[in-house]
Design a protein around this ligand. Structure first.
Ligand code: HEM
Length: 423
């Protein structure tokens, strides 16, 4: 039942995620030998590693038994967990967002934005998003045949889309990008706040500083939108009420922060990863140009392929059985989306990027009541970008080595150097 310490350390090692083959190999072994095993690493509270697609779904469809908010929602060591509680006055998560609450509170918070991000609700945004996509395709082509697609296109386009939807002015985009990268890439010296290798203690300190900087920014946003409400998402959040009361400070800040940060980094990572896959497979661009109706399959496969959110944690509130294992009340579990999206019992050829899959039940957006709120927006903006780009691109190949972020949580490619020609 206990998995080897070496394997357990590998699947939480931020550096291992920057060389994905290492993590993929570790999870392939776990799926084959111990699909639901327990990681026991001395400085961490023990946690179950849920590596199979079916077990992840089984847990996510039982939110009354598996809570998000009772413990940290991402992997943190015992000392880190204690410090977070000190900083927040007892809460296990630095940010009280949709992903770190349960039950009625989650339902009430989710319903503030949910009706505005359904496929039907976002359809009217299509033209505006296409305008943004064309702007970024022009920007890419202005590089004259060589570009770092991650840095110069993939990080910027989803940022512009989500900031437009939220109502954040363009001049604040660099600030939002910087703080998001600090939040999600704390272990990466190229992207974190200190631009240095950090001790676990300093990592937490810098996470807290970033959170406070975001909170300061959003305080002014609340004032602005309460004075003059609009239909933008930040205005919905600012003016939302549970019963007769506005959201409390932690709920409000958590909402702004998750919408602003989860809303682009994930999509950027997926977009950058799709280009990397394309640049290494010359037949793929041709296939897409000959069969443009496969664009949705391309988008879906790129989400499965990239899996920008590597895991979320849950904690059990009652004894139960999952995948043949007895889970006890109080146990902590890691849902590995990275692993679930490579499950050999679901996909015939999980380590290959294929657009001819008959079914692609990717689980990179999660599942159940917490399933990604922005999934339809993310799909739509990626589809539109590829539609616009494929019309103009003649060839694309890698122009050097791609590089992935050092992180075990929300991450993906940070450099995708490509060489391209246009029609
Ligand atoms: C390819 C892009 C994206 C991926 C792969 C992704 C992935 C995820 C995952 C795995 C979760 C947790 C689901 C679970 O626990 O079952 C999640 C939740 C969430 N995502 Fe996304 N996301 C993406 C884009 C977006 C966008 C564009 C937005 C903003 C509009 C967004 C906002 C959120 C929010 C607010 C939640 C919390 C939902 C809840 O707990 O009820 N995401 N996302």
């Amino acid at each position: 039942m206990t998995i080897s310490e070496e394997l357990a350390r590998t699947i939480i090692d931020p550096k291992a995620y920057s060389q994905r083959e290492i993590v993929d190999a570790a999870f392939a072994r776990l799926r084959a030998e111990q699909p639901l095993g327990k990681a026991e690493i001395p400085e961490f509270e023990p946690f179950w590693v849920v590596s199979r697609h079916a077990d992840i779904k089984d847990i996510e469809r039982q939110p009354d038994i598996f809570h998000n908010g009772d413990k940290s929602t991402f992997i943190t060591n015992i000392e880190g967990n204690q410090r977070v509680k000190m900083l927040t006055g007892g809460e296990p998560n630095l940010i009280r967002s949709l992903v770190s609450v349960d039950g009625d509170e989650h339902k009430a918070l989710r319903s503030v934005v949910f009706p505005h991000v359904t496929p039907r609700a976002i359809r009217p945004l299509e033209d505006a998003i296409r305008g943004i996509a064309r702007e970024f395709v022009d920007h890419m082509l202005s590089f004259d045949g060589e570009v770092d697609f991650a840095q110069d296109v993939a990080f910027l386009y989803p940022l512009r889309v989500i900031m437009t939807v939220l109502g954040v002015p363009q001049e604040d985009e660099p600030f939002m990008l910087k703080l998001t990268q600090e939040l999600f890439n704390n272990a990466d010296p190229e992207l974190n706040r200190a631009r240095a290798e950090l001790s676990p203690e300093d990592m937490l300190k810098s996470l807290w500083e970033t959170t406070m900087e975001l909170e300061n920014y959003f305080k002014a946003v609340t004032e602005k939108y309460r004075a003059n409400p609009t239909s933008e998402i930040n205005s919905l959040i600012a003016n939302a009420k549970i019963g007769d009361d506005y959201l409390n400070h932690r709920q409000l800040m958590g909402y702004y922060i998750i919408a602003a940060t989860a809303g682009h980094d994930t999509t950027s990572n997926t977009t950058a990863g799709a280009m990397w896959a394309l640049a290494e497979r010359p037949h793929l661009l041709k296939q897409m140009q000959e069969s443009p109706e496969r664009i949705n399959a391309f988008v879906e496969e790129s989400i499965r392929w990239e899996v920008p959110v590597k895991h979320f944690m849950r904690s059990a509130v009652a004894d139960c059985e999952i995948g043949g294992q007895q889970i006890k009340a109080g146990d902590w579990l890691m849902l590995s989306y990275q692993s679930g999206n490579r499950d050999e019992s679901v996909w015939a050829d999980p380590f290959e990027f294929r657009i001819d899959r008959e079914q692609n039940p990717q689980i990179a957006f999660g599942y159940g009541v917490h399933v990604c709120l922005g999934q339809h927006l993310a799909r739509m903006e990626m589809r539109i970008l590829w539609e616009e780009l494929f019309k103009r691109l003649k060839s694309v190949e890698m122009n050097g080595k791609g590089e992935r972020t050092i992180s075990n949580f929300v991450c993906g490619p940070k450099h995708v150097p490509i060489r391209f020609t246009v029609n």
